[in-house]
Design a protein around this ligand. Structure first.
Ligand code: UDP
Ligand code: MG
Length: 161
């Protein structure tokens, strides 16, 4: 409702989270979804796909001159990923905390990377790192018709409405 969207500041922020090919192979999809659900975020988009080189080149455009870029693209194209859009208050920043440090060796226990990975090159999951980047990544990975607008029945348990 208009009331809900005007009162709950930032509750409609969205971010892209993707389980990378290693996370899919290791059967971590369910665990990762569970963490975002139980935190209180709302799933508004979900699909499994094998990413094209062009999507990945666009997605990692800023890293194209890094030495690890070719192996990063090979890794990300090596199998299916599960791409998701999650919505909620401060979801971009909160997701980065939930995912943990880029370098798995630095990622804290309790984070996805800190619980499930040992090396930066196989760090299980992606999450957008700013609101602007999230908007760009969501439109890269999803058509707008693939995103579902729906209301949780328990909003007042999550937010002061
Ligand atoms: N990466 C890597 N080696 C590095 C730095 C990054 O393999 O030295 C990979 C890693 O999979 C990381 C991705 O490149 O998740 C994107 O790097 P970024 O710095 O954007 O980290 P993220 O936003 O994923 O935490
Ligand atoms: Mg990044």
């Amino acid at each position: 409702s208009a009331f809900y969207s005007s009162v709950v500041a930032g509750a409609q922020e969205r971010t892209l989270v993707a389980v990378k090919p290693d996370g899919v192979q290791r059967r971590l999809v369910g665990d990762i979804i569970k963490r975002f659900e139980q935190r209180g975020f709302k799933l508004v988009g979900l699909k499994m796909l094998q990413a094209s080189e062009s999507t990945l080149a666009d997605h990692y455009h800023d890293l194209r001159r890094k030495p690890f870029y070719p192996s990063l693209i090979r890794y990300m194209a090596s199998g299916p990923v599960v791409a998701m859009v999650w919505e909620g208050h401060n979801v971009v920043r909160s997701s980065r905390f939930m995912v943990g440090d880029t370098d798995s060796a630095q990622a804290k226990p309790g984070t996805v990377r800190g619980d499930f990975s040992v090396h930066i090159s196989r760090n299980v999951v992606h999450a957008s790192d700013s609101v602007e980047v999230a908007e760009r990544e969501i439109s890269l990975w999803f058509h707008s018709a693939e995103l579902v607008n729906w209301e949780n029945s328990d909003q007042s348990d999550l937010y002061q409405v």
